[in-house]
Design a protein around this ligand. Structure first.
Ligand code: F3S
Length: 370
C-alpha cells in the first residue's frame, strides 16, 4: 500500500509509540484488504466501551494507550457504556462495576474521544454529511450512515475505529469505493410492515440470510423505521442498503408474512418478562414522546442518548425510566437478577439471548405493554 512520507514516519515511530501502534494496525488492515492507499476521515465512532464487553484486558489496553499521550486528531465519539453514570446506583448496578466503567471512560477522555455514549451519534452530536468518509464501528450506525445519510464507512472494529481517530485516516477499500456501493439484490416486501419492530425483523431476516447491498423498493422512509431496519441488517453482514428503484434488474427475493412470522418465532424464547426495554438503537425524541402517550402500567426502561435526555421536558409518567449512555445489551442486567426481557428490537432480542443469556419476548411496544 502506498504511504506518504508523513504516514511512513508515523509508522516508523517518529511521532511516538501510540501513533505508531495505531498506524501499524491501519496499515495491516489496508494490506489485508488490498487497499491502494489511506484516505482522510472526518469522524470516528468507537465501540468497545462497556466494561461488560471489554473487561479488564480492554481497560488495561486503553490505560496503557492513554499513558502514551496520544490524542484523537478528528472528531470522535463513543458507543454506549455499561451503565447510566447518573442513575447506576438507583438502578442497582454495583459500585465495583461502575468504578471500572468510569476508568474506561476516563481513558477514552484522555485519548480525546468524546463520551457521548450513544449508538445513534447521527441523532445527537456526530453528524457527518453526504459523501463524507468516516470510520464508524457500531454496526447499526454504519448501515444508517451509508444508506440514509449517504456518507461512506466500512464496519470498523472498536480498535480500528480508535486507530482511525488517532491518525485521522482509514484504508481505501470496501464501502469507501463507489463500485462496492451498488445494489446487488432486490427485496420485494409482500406483507404489511406496521411498526419499527416489523422493520427490525425485516432487517434481521435479510441480514441473516443474505450478503451484499439490498435494494428495497417499497419502504416507508420514516426515520425510526430506517433506524430499526439498519440495526436488524447489521446483526448479519450487511453494511448498506438502498431504498430507490435502481435494483429492478437484480435478483429478486421476497419477504412476506411467512418470513415475518418465522423471524418473530425464532427470536421469542419466553412469554413472561421481568422488564420491558426499548431503545435499540437508542430512542429518538419521537419514540420517547410516543411511549409517554402509551402510559404504560408496568415499568418500561427507555434507553437514549444524554443529548436526547436533556431535550425531554415533558413528564415521563410514573412507569417510564429514561436511561442514558447505556443500553439493555451492554449493561449487566444479570447483576439486577433480571432473567427475561421484553424488547422491540431484533438486535436486542438476538444479543440479549446470545450474549446475556436472558429469556426474550420480541414484540411491538403496544403488545409488550399489554
Ligand atoms: Fe445500540 Fe445497544 Fe442496540 S449499542 S444498537 S442499543 S445493542
Amino acid at each position: 500500500m502506498y504511504l506518504t512520507k508523513e504516514e511512513e514516519a508515523t509508522l516508523e515511530g517518529e511521532k511516538g509509540e501510540g501513533y505508531q501502534k495505531a498506524m501499524e494496525l491501519i496499515v495491516a488492515l489496508g494490506d489485508i484488504s488490498d487497499a491502494e492507499k489511506l484516505i482522510p476521515v472526518c469522524s470516528s465512532q468507537v465501540s468497545g466501551v462497556s466494561y461488560k464487553t471489554i473487561g479488564d484486558a480492554g481497560l488495561d489496553f486503553l490505560r496503557e494507550l492513554a499513558a502514551t499521550g496520544v490524542k484523537a486528531r478528528i472528531d470522535a465519539t463513543l458507543n454506549p457504556m455499561g451503565a447510566d453514570p447518573f442513575q447506576w446506583h438507583e438502578l442497582g448496578f454495583s459500585e465495583e462495576f461502575m468504578k471500572k466503567q468510569m476508568e474506561i471512560i476516563e481513558s477514552y477522555n484522555k485519548l480525546g474521544i468524546r463520551p457521548s455514549c450513544t449508538c445513534t451519534p447521527y441523532l445527537a452530536d456526530n453528524i457527518p454529511l453526504k459523501e463524507n468518509s468516516v470510520s464508524w464501528a457500531e454496526s447499526s450506525a454504519v448501515v444508517f450512515a451509508n444508506s440514509v445519510i449517504g456518507c461512506k464507512t466500512n464496519r470498523e472494529s472498536g480498535i480500528s475505529a480508535l486507530s482511525s481517530a488517532l491518525i485521522g485516516k482509514t484504508p481505501l477499500h470496501g464501502l469507501h469505493l463507489n463500485e462496492n456501493r451498488i445494489g446487488t439484490f432486490n427485496v420485494k416486501i409482500d406483507t404489511e410492515l406496521k411498526s419499527d419492530t416489523d422493520y427490525s425483523a425485516l432487517g434481521y431476516y435479510i441480514g441473516k440470510h443474505y450478503d451484499g447491498v439490498p435494494v428495497f423498493n417499497n419502504l416507508d422512509p420514516k426515520l425510526e423505521y430506517l433506524k430499526a431496519l439498519s440495526a436488524g441488517l447489521g446483526v448479519g453482514q450487511i453494511n448498506m442498503f438502498h431504498i430507490t428503484s435502481e435494483g429492478e434488474k437484480l435478483e429478486k427475493i421476497s419477504f412476506g408474512k411467512q418470513e415475518l412470522n418465522e423471524t418473530y418465532e425464532s427470536l421469542n424464547t419466553t412469554e413472561d418478562v421481568d422488564i420491558v426495554c426499548v431503545g435499540c438503537p437508542h430512542c429518538s425524541i419521537r419514540e420517547i414522546y410516543d411511549l409517554i402517550k402509551l402510559k404504560p402500567e408496568k415499568n418500561v426502561w427507555a434507553f437514549t442518548s444524554r443529548h436526547n435526555c436533556n431535550l425531554i421536558k415533558e413528564s415521563l409518567g410514573k412507569n417510564i425510566k429514561l436511561i442514558s449512555d447505556t443500553c439493555m445489551v451492554v449493561s449487566p442486567l444479570e447483576e439486577l437478577d433480571v432473567t427475561s426481557i421484553g424488547v422491540t428490537s431484533a438486535k436486542a432480542a438476538f444479543y440479549s439471548s446470545n450474549l446475556s443469556k436472558l429469556g426474550v419476548k420480541f414484540d411491538s411496544i403496544e403488545n409488550l405493554i399489554k
